[in-house]
Design a protein around this ligand. Structure first.
Ligand SMILES: [Zn+2]
Length: 88
């Protein structure tokens, strides 16, 4: 499992293996404490994690928002659950 999280320093989305405790942000060099980070989504595959990270960045850029709302986060999780069930 991989966790989609966000850097507390520069707010860039990234992902880590769920057993990893620390992640060095490739963008700003901040050490992210994974246990204290907000987990946006848990996914099975790092390729899916990469794609979710790209989608989140794109979404916030497009909507000019700083973060996802509670509803957006719920809808993201539902979409992912649906996608899993569809067996894609
Ligand atoms: Zn950063």
């Amino acid at each position: 499992m991989y966790l989609v999280i966000r850097c507390g320093g520069c707010r860039t989305f990234t992902y880590v293996d769920r057993f990893q405790q620390w992640k060095l942000c490739a963008n700003c060099g901040e050490t992210i404490d994974v246990r204290r980070a907000t987990v946006y989504l848990e996914v099975e595959d790092y390729r899916v994690a990469e794609s979710v990270v790209a989608q989140l960045e794109e979404h916030l850029h497009r909507t000019k928002k700083k973060d996802l709302t509670r509803e957006e986060l719920d809808s993201l999780r539902k979409q992912y659950a649906q996608w899993l069930r569809s067996g894609a």
